[in-house]
Design a protein around this ligand. Structure first.
Ligand SMILES: [Zn+2]
Length: 244
């Protein structure tokens, strides 16, 4: 294992500190790869342990009139596990909330707090809780899940008297050092993903129920991330804002 300093020296991230443990908290199967697949693959290459926490089943994401939510849940979980494997992510948790119906409830906060306490990340990557001009990016589930994740990072995961039932299960309080929000405009953090964009596209292609056209997927992903890369002079980049 390289030292933290060595990893920082060639990491190319503009992080406060390179994390040992990262937890990605998103609404749907495919959200992690779409916004942060290149960054996740880069963390894995640098020796970080990355886990995915997928809050909803994604069980409404189909135009096929013969599809059922149950069948779609199974398909999308399998696609998500395959995509995670491509990126080198070993742990994928599905919290099982219903697509388009997740709310910032006690139950949702308890489930996400439990995930944070289980994985004990230095860094959480999650979605932007704010409505933005890009309607698709600010899907209600993305906003709600981003809000839940931030509520759980601070203060619920940290405070031992929040959700005493979690303590009883051995899930001790945990302090997350930093949060990066996935954004599609006005970044504070531009991550060079030139070396991992092929993995990102391969991972996205695992979500065949959502992205059946590999050629169109490849083109749109390269165009978008080349545009983000121009901000810092990288060939391809993903972008975030930072909270701590
Ligand atoms: Zn989504």
């Amino acid at each position: 294992m390289e030292s933290r300093t060595a990893r920082q020296a060639h990491g190319g991230h503009q992080l406060t500190d390179l994390p040992d443990r990262v937890l990605v908290i998103v609404a749907h199967p495919d959200d992690a790869e779409a916004a942060a697949g290149g960054t996740v693959a880069k963390f894995v290459r640098e020796g970080a342990q990355v886990a995915f926490c997928i809050v909803t089943n994604g069980d409404k994401g189909s135009g096929d009139r013969t599809m059922t939510p149950e069948r779609l849940t199974t398909i999308r979980q399998k696609e998500q596990r395959n995509a995670a494997r491509v990126l080198g992510v070993e742990t994928v948790e599905f919290l099982g909330f219903s697509d388009c119906e997740v709310e910032n409830t006690h139950a949702a906060r308890a489930a996400v707090t439990a995930a944070i306490r289980r994985h004990r990340p230095d860094l959480v990557l999650t979605q932007n809780p704010n409505r933005t001009k890009r309607l698709g990016a600010s899907h209600r589930d993305h906003r709600i899940v981003g809000g839940i994740a931030l509520d759980c990072v601070y203060p619920l995961a940290r405070d031992h008297m929040a959700f005493p039932e979690l303590l009883a299960q051995g899930l001790e309080p945990h302090v997350v050092k930093e949060v990066h929000l996935m954004v599609w405009e006005n970044p504070e953090l531009v991550v060079d993903i030139t070396e991992t964009i092929d993995l990102k596209i391969a991972a996205l292609a695992c979500h065949a129920s959502q992205m059946p056209n590999r050629v169109a997927l490849d083109k749109s992903v390269r165009e978008r991330h080349a545009r983000f890369g121009q901000i810092q002079g990288y060939r391809y980049a993903e972008i975030f804002t930072r909270m701590m």
